[in-house]
Design a protein around this ligand. Structure first.
Ligand code: BYC
Length: 490
């Protein structure tokens, strides 16, 4: 078993359970650990949504036909033991509803209801806000599957293709998680929202997905790795705040989702790392930045992809100052990252924070009530986490004896939401005129020519143990299997 200390990710066999577990019943039409069989009305409602989900998966899920894939499926929800690995035909994957164990004594950890018992039902006054949070969260899950649907056609190896499909089935399950909450707790309008989650589609001009980054195309595997690194990481942080929610079913749902999310982070961190490793080896061997002819991706292009995905992911945190986030917090709906470990009053009524602002042609700060700055509080935690991966990637360059380094662009670069929207900031943080910025943007963001050259490298490699020229093989396989195992069969 191999643990990745940065991510808490386990890539080996599932450990034996050592805490309370609730076993998931796979004899049910919808596998679950929420006692669905005892609520006939809810069961019928979800069973009528299920075929629509399967139709959606068939038409907008992975487009490459496969016989079976070596996938991990949750079999029990407990502290540790929960994953089972097997070869599964993708269309027979058992999506289900899994919540972490209930802690009967749990109380609300922040806001005006601090110390009150966590809610098992939706409080009427917060119904609209909670529904909105669930819908935004739920909307991202199928969106990412849609964005990634053609990537199987150009997988750099069977190992990578398997990881893509693992991410996809889990995003599908995360959609189930939100749909369960909408059906179980929001009646008719929850059911309507659940329908809409399958009707909006990524990039659709008439019915796009709600958040910007989920309407961008994931055109190639470098984009995919950057997406799983930067955008899935937003997911990790947003789920972390919802895990603190006073609405207990949401908290328990997110807690379990976060366990699955760790694998997505792992795919991103190691995917970019292996790409950089290959680039570093080619750079060291050939002493030229133009690596295309050697089958590698130039570091400058990797940096452009990074700049793009980081900046669109920062937009996912909303504005630096937001009355929405203040009311979510005060109401006890959405907490802070690691809320329970924070040593303050968990009310934040008098606290303040500096937030960035562009004023009179300069980037400066202003002081606002902390409550309204909680999107920035979360974003700052996220950025610090992003830096950790960057250090890992830069170690590859260091170890190859190269002076080059990857960097995160300035928080104001390429932003469409918040204080920097409508301003033109370079990756170094220089405020520019729009025309100058536009003229230089192809130095900073992937230009069509860069994307074309990356796309040209994306040749599929479907022989076990074979890897594309632009990426190094991983150190270990999945679940203690060899790297050259046939993780996907056709
Ligand atoms: N695009 O007050 P503000 C994941 C809207 S990823 C478009 O600053 P707020 C995953 C905003 O809705 C995690 N619109 O925003 C990853 C508001 O509209 P209204 C997903 C945007 O509410 C990979 C207005 O602008 N989960 O799980 O404080 C693969 C004013 O905004 C955007 C969540 O996000 C945008 N980027 O914060 C698979 C958690 N940003 O109300 C999955 C749930 C803002 O005026 N969502 N707007 O009509 C939330 O907590 C909050 O809604 C947001 C925005 C953090 C998104």
């Amino acid at each position: 078993m191999t643990a990745n200390p940065d991510e808490g990710e386990i890539v080996g066999a599932a450990p034996a359970p050592d805490g309370p577990v609730s076993v998931i019943d796979y004899n049910e039409r919808i596998p679950n650990n929420v006692g669905l069989a005892t609520d006939r009305k809810l069961q019928r409602a979800l069973e009528s949504w299920q075929p629509k989900f399967l139709d959606w998966w068939a038409s907008l899920g992975p487009s490459i036909p496969t016989r079976d894939v070596y996938l991990r499926t949750a079999i029990a929800v407990g502290r540790d033991g929960w994953a089972n690995f097997a070869r599964v035909p993708m269309e027979q994957y058992r999506w289900g509803i899994f919540l972490s164990e209930r802690n009967p004594g749990r109380t609300i950890g922040f806001g005006r209801h601090l110390g009150e018992p966590a809610w098992q039902e939706v409080p009427g006054e917060y119904r609209a806000d909670l529904r909105r949070l669930l819908v935004v969260q739920g909307d991202t899950e199928p969106a990412s599957v849609e964005q990634q649907r053609h990537l199987g056609m150009t997988a750099p190896s069977l190992y990578d293709m398997r990881n893509l499909f693992q991410v996809n089935v889990e995003e599908g399950r995360h959609l189930w998680a939100m749909v369960y909450l909408l059906h179980a707790y929001f009646g008719r309008d929850g059911r309507d929202e659940a329908e809409q989650l399958l009707q909006r589609n990524s990039g659709d001009l008439d019915k796009p997905r709600i958040l910007g980054a989920f309407n961008e195309q994931t055109t190639d595997w470098l984009s995919f790795f950057m997406f799983t690194y930067f955008t899935d990481r937003d997911g990790k942080y947003q789920l972390g705040t919802l895990k603190e929610s006073g609405f207990d079913p949401l908290a328990r749902t997110c807690e379990f989702m976060l366990r699955e999310e760790a694998h997505h982070m792992f795919v991103g961190t190691t995917g970019v790392q292996r790409t950089v490793e290959r680039t570093a080896a080619l750079l060291a061997a050939h002493h030229t930045d133009d690596l295309w002819e050697y089958g590698g991706i130039p570091l400058a292009v990797i940096q452009k992809y990074l700049n793009f995905q980081f900046s669109v992911s920062l937009d996912l945190f909303g504005s630096e100052t937001s009355s929405n986030v203040a009311s979510y917090y005060t109401a006890g709906l959405k907490g802070r990252w690691m809320e329970t470990r924070r040593k303050d009053d968990h009310l934040l009524a008098d606290a303040t924070r500096e937030v960035p602002v562009v004023r009179d042609g300069v980037i400066t700060t202003r002081t606002v009530p902390l409550l309204t700055a909680l999107n920035l509080d979360l974003r700052a935690e996220y950025v610090a986490d992003c830096e950790r991966g960057l250090r890992r990637w830069n170690r590859e360059l260091e170890q190859a004896g190269l002076p080059h380094r990857l960097t995160l662009p300035h928080e104001g670069f390429n932003r469409k939401v918040g204080a920097f929207a409508g301003h033109w900031v370079s990756p170094d943080g220089e405020l520019m005129e729009a025309a100058d910025w536009e003229r230089r943007s192809s130095e900073w963001l992937p230009a069509p020519a860069d994307r074309d050259r990356v796309a040209a490298l994306m040749q599929p490699h479907y022989e076990p143990g074979e890897f594309a020229s632009w990426i190094a093989p991983p150190g270990v396989g999945i679940n203690d299997l060899p790297v050259e195992y046939d993780y996907v069969r056709f």
